[in-house]
Design a protein around this ligand. Sequence first.
Ligand SMILES: [Zn+2]
Length: 292
Amino acid sequence: MPVTFSNEAIHLAEMHFGPAGYPADTRGSPRRAFQMIREAGLDAMEYAAVYGLRISEERAAALGALADEYGITMSMHAAYYISLASKSDEIRNRSKERLVAGLIFAPLMRVKRVVFHAGGYCGLTPEDAYKVVRNALKEIGTTVLRRGKGALLAPETAGKLGAFGSVEELVRLCAEVDGLIPTIDWAHLHARTQGQMDNKDNYLRVLDTFERELGNRFVHNMHFHVSGIEYSQAGEKAHRPLGQKWGPDILPLLQIVREVGYRPTFISETPNPIHGALYTKLLLDELEKSTE
Ligand SMILES: [Zn+2]
């Protein structure tokens, strides 16, 4: 496997761990959310704008100030109903506008990565859908650059086989469009490949594909989603807790992270996302101790 092992010591402090969305019981208070994340010993959060970005500039800036105060690394998950390959001009344009809005709000909220699902193939061949998606993202890049703002757009591996977002599609997309990095949702990949994320070689193959093509843009901005997952032949059905009961087994992934010296941000999308983030961090801690 042509991954370059750097044998760098792992620095947990340089990695980030946190929940997708506000933890439960925050009663809608952003300060309480950041406090809970810190009290749990975590330091990242993926702001969930999954039903659209319903926040004023003032509140976005207040959120950014809180992220600074609590030392939380921020990303944002853009709306679920983005469909960049849609046959409807209106839906396609609205999808692009949502991503542009995410990018414009990103600096206010200290968001470095705007995660999104590109949508389905919309009846197109995967190759035609690829081109439509790529061109839409190129236009977004131009729009946002013209406004002088910038965060990275981070298309996510999709868990349903009928959705745009295989490893091959994302690596090509990121290579052909500036300002893009992949979000690797390992649970989605597990579902999409019908259970293959269960050994080191298969994890390495995915990481190596991205690293070979994107180099440091990938290595310096690694963004992972982790959770257990339930799936059928069509792919993803539901996110589940990490651990014994559901795949994927993330231990081989964490072993690679340790051995290579990667420093990803881990966002947990388990039903209790704080638990998932802690589970991931503790597993890495244990690996570190066992080899001291
Ligand atoms: Zn995800």
